[in-house]
Design a protein around this ligand. Structure first.
Ligand code: ADP
Length: 477
């Protein structure tokens, strides 16, 4: 603008002086024109400087204030208000901004209270569960814990919430055991791990048993509503305890009952066998053919009853934790010989030939085992091999040095074999493969497994339908 006024004035002077700048008539006009030009120039310069100095501040100040206010809102300071007034535009901006801030504040307050209400509901729900529950985040900080869990752990809510469980576990034996169990369960591929041995806990002035269940929950990063596994996915953990004291008490009552009954049955059974022996003694009187057959029948059945009672007694020994091993140095061949002798009559009865597979040079390590128990296992395996084979079949009992530290003893038969889907179940108490016609209790293999495992060994089966079975006892020397 200054530049335009100066240009206009200069043109004016040019016009005025165009006639004859030196003529005396032009002089007063020239002076007036110069004065006007100077005055106008000064006004223009002053106006230009004022605009240059004050215009930016009047525009940038409101913009800066608006920017600050937006930043405050972004930082969730919803009580921020804008006070730009003066022009209609600024009034509108301020009014709209303040309305937006008020609505955001109201929305934030409502979602916060909703969240708090949801949290409260969840706490009520978890506290209403009568079994102890503890939830931990990825770094084992306690997220929530219900009242029963607090009581079982003997800690207060204030002590527990948001505290690192590992730190609390330093003074709390039970929590330490649970954290250790959780860490072991994490190594397991399956996310849900059930610790089979119940945990004995002294809670509410009495001894209780709890079955512990560890659950790890993977958090997925959510992208476009699709849950996807991501490198920064983290895992929360749940520890749930189920009170099994009642079942445990009933189970031990059952074990005691079976044990007592088995003991009580043994004496009359021994008396029956004794009487049978006397009956068969020709000095007392000769039995006719029919009587002999009846006597033989009674003998066989009392043998079976004795067998079952001894199996039940063995089982109760294992279940009550009263299994006592009396280990001594034993050659594997001694155990095999014992098993063959014990099964000789039965094998002859069904014309089964028993073969022995043993290294000729006898180069096989001696074992340090409870020979009665391991001999019982081999006897039972051999008895099964005979019972589940057709007449005139072959059965092989053998032993081999598996490596420097392990010896394997096995019983192979060529009988009907076992469907692979039952390979695990046959080691459970009372389990019998469906359709098995041969009489039995379903206890022999489960007791055998317990006996072998009590020695730190393993009992495994390899069998296919139609091609027979091999049961292998593997024991460390
Ligand atoms: P029991 O023989 O008294 O029934 P076990 O525990 O010894 O009890 O065996 C469990 C089941 O496994 C048997 O009922 C039978 O079905 C199956 N079994 C065991 N050994 C053999 C074998 N050598 N051949 C085929 N089936 C077998």
């Amino acid at each position: 603008m200054t530049f335009a006024l100066v240009v206009v004035s200069v043109i004016n002077v040019q016009i005025l002086t165009a006639t004859d700048p030196r003529s005396p008539a032009a002089e007063p006009g020239m002076e007036r024109a110069l004065l006007w030009i100077t005055m106008l120039g000064c006004i223009c310069i002053f106006t230009g400087i004022s605009i240059w100095l004050f215009f930016p501040a009047s525009v940038t100040r409101p913009i800066k204030e608006l920017l600050d206010a937006i930043q405050d809102i972004a930082a969730q300071k919803y009580d921020r208000r804008l006070g730009l007034y003066g022009t209609k535009e600024f009034d509108d901006v301020s009014r709209n901004f303040n309305t937006m801030a008020e609505q955001l504040a109201a929305y934030h307050a409502s979602s916060l209270s909703e969240l708090m209400a949801a949290n409260e509901n969840m706490e009520i729900l978890i506290n209403s569960i009568t079994e102890p529950i503890i939830a931990l985040d990825a770094s084992y900080r306690i997220l929530f814990i219900n009242d029963v869990a607090l009581s079982v752990l003997s800690i207060s809510r204030h002590e527990a919430i948001s505290r690192p469980a590992r730190q609390l576990a330093l003074d709390n034996d039970l929590l330490r055991r649970l954290i250790r169990g959780l860490e072991q369960s994490k190594d397991n591929v399956d996310k849900k791990v059930y610790d089979n041995a119940p945990l004995k806990i002294y809670a509410n002035d009495k001894e209780s048993y709890f079955q512990v269940k560890y659950i790890s929950i993977d958090h997925m990063k959510v992208t476009d509503n699709n849950a996807v596994s991501s490198p920064d996915a983290h895992t929360n953990h749940m520890i749930m305890l189920k009170n099994v004291t009642e079942f445990k008490e009933r189970d031990s009552a059952k074990t005691t009952f079976i044990s007592t009954i088995s003991h009580e049955l043994k004496t009359p059974l021994a008396a029956i066998k004794m009487s049978l022996q006397l009956l068969e003694d020709s000095r007392i009187g000769k039995l006719n053919k029919e009587q002999s057959e009846l006597a033989e029948d009674i003998k066989q059945n009392s043998d079976r009853l004795l067998n079952i009672t001894s199996e039940l007694l063995n089982m109760t020994q294992v279940e009550s934790g009263k299994l006592q091993l009396k280990p001594r140095i034993t050659k594997p061949i001694e155990l095999i010989d014992y098993a063959i002798k014990a099964n000789r009559v039965q094998a002859d009865k069904f014309n089964i030939s028993i073969e022995v597979d043993y290294p000729e040079d006898n180069r096989i390590s001696k074992l340090f085992v409870d020979s009665e128990k391991i001999a019982w296992v081999l006897t039972n395996l051999l008895s099964n091999a005979i019972r589940y084979s057709p007449d005139h079949a072959r059965v092989i009992v053998g032993a081999r040095q598996q490596d420097e530290t392990h010896v394997e003893m096995y019983v192979r038969d060529f009988g009907k074999g076992i469907d692979p889907r039952y390979h695990e179940s046959i080691f459970e108490h009372y389990f019998r493969v469906p359709g098995t016609k041969v009489q039995g209790s379903g206890l022999g293999l489960s007791i055998s497994k317990d006996f072998v495992e009590a020695h730190g060994g393993t009992l495994t089966v390899d069998s296919q339908i139609g091609s027979g079975s091999v049961f292998t006892v593997r024991i460390r020397v």
